[in-house]
Design a protein around this ligand. Structure first.
Ligand SMILES: Cc1ncc(COP(=O)(O)O)c(C=O)c1O
Length: 374
C-alpha cells in the first residue's frame, strides 16, 4: 500500500481548527449531536470484545432499514464498520490487488479513489461534468468495464454534487454489472437524505452489489465512527470479516451500543430532518438564483451542492479563496478536494446554523466580487 494524505482530510475543518472558522460550509452532514442529545447513559456497559461482525441489535436495525427480509437482506449480510470510510477500505483491499482494474466515478468522496490508488490498482474514471448535469450514465460507465474489471464504484446521492441516479438507472447498472460478471459498489452514505423517493439499498437487488453507509451524515454522529456494509455474497462477506478482524478484531462496543440506541430513533429523527433540510436547501437555491457570478446543477439529495464560479466570470480564483478565508473566515470545500477545477466549491448547507449559512453565502458573493479582475 502506498498511503498519502488526501487534501480533503488534511485541510478538513477539524484539522484546520474550528476556532479559526467563522462560517463553516464544508460539512457534508447535519449538525453533530451530543451524547446528552441522544439521552444515552452507558455506565453499566461491559467493555468486552464485541461480536466481530457487529452489535446484533444494530445489525437488525440496519436490516430493517434496508427493507428487512422483504427487502431481501438478513442480519448476517450486514457488517458493522468504523464508519463508511472503513467499509470502503475493507472492500477495496479485499477486491483489489496491485494492477487490478476498477471503474470509479469522479468527482467522488476521496477515499473511493484514494484507497484503490494506494493499492496501485488500475483505475478507469468516469468523469462527470457540469454540462451533463453530473449524471451517472450506466452506459458510459459500463463502456469502461473490461473482462478484468473487479468492480464499478458509484456514490448516490452523489458527493460532492448531491445529484441522484433514478431507480431505472440503478437497476440497469446492477443488471449490466451482473452480465459483465464484476461487482457494483454503491456508496449510499447520503441515501436517507434523498429529496424524492428513496432508492432501494443496492445490495438488496443483487449478490453482486455492495452497499455502504453510516451514521455520520444523516444522523449527525460521526464521532462514534459507526457505519456498515451490506452484501449478500457469503464468501465475500467472510473475506470482509477477515479484513475487519485484521484491522481491529471488532468495533468499539461503546460506539456500537450508542449506534444501536441512536438508530432505534431513526424514524423520528428523519421526520424532523427532512423538512429541516428542505428549508436549508431553499436558502441556497434562492441565493444561487440571485447570484450573477455562480451557477450549479441542482441537487436531488444530500446536504451538499457543488456550484461553480461561472466560466465566463473574470475571477482570480486564488484571490477568491484568500478573501473568503482571510477576510470573511468562511470555509468551503474547494474543487481540488475532489480533483476538480477550483472554480467549483462544495457547500454544505445543513450543518451551519441558519445565520452561519446566510453569512457564508454572502461571504462567497462578496469574495467573488473582490476577486474580479476587470
Ligand atoms: C460519500 C461518502 N462516503 C463515505 C464517507 C465517510 O464517512 P464516515 O466514515 O464518517 O461514515 C463520506 C464522508 O464524507 C462520504 O461523503
Amino acid at each position: 500500500m502506498k498511503y498519502r494524505r488526501m487534501p480533503i482530510e488534511e485541510e478538513s475543518p477539524e484539522q484546520f481548527g474550528y476556532d479559526r472558522i467563522r462560517y463553516n460550509l464544508t460539512e457534508s452532514s447535519v449538525r453533530d449531536r451530543s451524547l446528552a442529545d441522544l439521552g444515552i447513559e452507558l455506565r453499566d456497559l461491559l467493555l468486552f470484545y464485541g461480536d466481530h461482525v457487529g452489535n446484533e441489535s444494530f445489525r437488525d436495525l440496519v436490516t430493517e432499514a434496508a427493507g428487512g427480509a422483504e427487502g431481501g437482506v438478513s442480519r448476517d449480510e450486514v457488517l458493522v464498520t468504523a464508519g463508511a470510510a472503513q467499509a470502503l477500505f475493507i472492500i477495496a483491499t479485499s477486491l483489489l490487488d496491485k494492477g487490478d482494474h476498477l471503474v470509479v466515478v469522479r468527482p467522488n468522496y476521496a477515499t473511493n479513489i484514494e484507497t484503490p490508488r494506494a493499492i496501485e490498482a488500475d483505475i478507469s474514471f468516469l468523469d462527470l461534468t457540469f454540462e451533463d448535469g453530473f449524471r451517472i450514465d450506466p452506459e458510459k460507465l459500463m463502456a469502461l468495464v473490461t473482462p478484468r474489471t473487479r468492480y464499478v464504484s458509484v456514490t448516490v446521492p452523489h458527493n460532492p454534487t448531491g445529484v441522484m441516479m433514478d431507480e431505472a438507472d440503478l437497476r440497469s447498472l446492477v443488471g449490466r454489472v451482473e452480465s459483465a460478471g464484476c461487482r457494483l459498489l454503491v456508496d449510499e452514505t447520503y441515501r436517507e437524505m434523498t429529496f424524492g423517493e428513496l432508492l432501494p439499498v443496492a445490495a438488496t437487488l443483487s449478490e453482486r452489489a455492495i452497499s455502504v453507509s453510516s451514521l455520520s451524515k444523516t444522523y449527525g454522529i460521526p464521532g462514534i465512527r459507526t457505519g456498515w456494509l451490506v452484501c449478500r455474497d457469503k464468501e465475500l462477506m467472510a473475506t470482509f470479516l477477515a479484513a475487519k478482524e485484521q484491522i481491529g478484531i471488532c468495533g468499539s462496543v461503546v460506539d456500537e451500543e450508542i449506534a444501536a440506541r441512536a438508530f432505534a430513533q431513526r424514524e423520528a429523527w428523519l421526520a424532523e430532518l427532512r423538512p429541516f433540510i428542505a428549508r436549508r436547501f431553499s436558502v441556497v437555491r434562492d441565493w444561487i438564483a440571485g447570484e450573477e457570478f455562480m451557477e450549479w446543477v441542482e441537487p436531488g439529495g444530500g446536504v451538499v451542492c457543488f456550484p461553480r464560479i461561472k466560466p465566463e466570470a473574470p475571477v482570480d480564483v486564488d484571490e477568491f479563496y484568500r478573501v473568503l478565508g482571510d477576510v470573511h473566515g468562511t470555509y468551503v470545500g474547494p474543487g481540488h478536494w475532489f480533483e476538480q477545477d477550483r472554480r467549483h466549491m462544495r457547500i454544505g448547507y445543513a450543518w451551519p446554523s441558519a445565520e452561519e449559512l446566510e453569512g457564508g453565502l454572502a461571504a462567497i458573493s462578496g469574495s467573488v466580487r473582490a476577486a474580479l479582475t476587470l
